[in-house]
Design a protein around this ligand. Sequence first.
Ligand code: HEM
Length: 170
Amino acid sequence: MKEYSTPLNDPVEERRALHSTESKIAIAGHPLHAMLVAFPIALTFSVLGADLLFWWTGDTFWALAAGWASFGAFLMGVLAGVTGTMELLIVRGIRNRSASWTHFILAVMLLSLLGANWALRIGSPVEAVLPLGLMLSFVAAGMTAMTGWHGGKLVFDYQIGTTPGGNSRS
Ligand code: HEM
């Protein structure tokens, strides 16, 4: 096996400042982003569920429910995105991890899908469902699963947004 004369350098390991990823957009240490993301995730899947129920039953109630849920998903997604982006820009350790930027790119693509799925339904929530609304809802739900899974990876695998060493339990 080839021997390296100089050791390989890991800039993240070398510079202490890169290690601090503690959330700053938080209430009493609890990150706002983590609190908000539950809403776009739940509402995006609600839109898909309501679209499928409209397709199945033909009851316009479900198309109207999907229209309102798509508005909520986009609105809450933007709010979650604003808090996430503030963390990304303010906290140096978060900004320095490439995984944070991967999450940002996934999230921005998701937000444009959520915006499109809502915009399509404005003024014609019933006509918009089949087929384009339902197709967009499927893609948005898949994208939400990917973005949410990746967000969890940031926190649980890379400890991004967490307090090093934890806090005391008192
Ligand atoms: C638009 C820009 C976004 C940025 C820059 C961003 C950034 C971040 C960051 C830095 C974290 C680490 C925890 C923290 O510091 O709060 C995180 C976690 C997470 N993000 Fe995002 N995010 C964005 C949008 C979204 C959206 C739209 C979703 C919804 C699917 C999402 C889902 C998650 C989840 C599920 C976590 C893990 C939360 C936890 O379990 O503590 N993010 N995000």
